[in-house]
Design a protein. Structure first.
Length: 63
């Protein structure tokens, strides 16, 4: 038997968002294209709310 809600549920499309920073394994920080630490760029923090990386906890800024 299929649950009622599954008859009407639709998969969500993930938004295509490209962050302006990348994770630097050497520094263990997210950095911008110019090498600056992303957590110090207030425009990035306002736009993306955080600069969490996949290396650490998703609840802390820039582990």
């Amino acid at each position: 038997m299929r649950p009622f809600a599954l008859n009407y549920a639709r998969p969500t499309r993930e938004a295509e968002v490209r962050a302006p920073y990348v994770y630097d394994a050497t520094l263990q920080l997210n950095v911008l294209a110019d090498g600056a630490v992303a957590a110090r760029d207030y425009a990035v923090l306002r736009e993306f709310a955080a600069t969490t990386s996949t290396a650490g906890s998703k609840t802390h800024f820039d582990d």
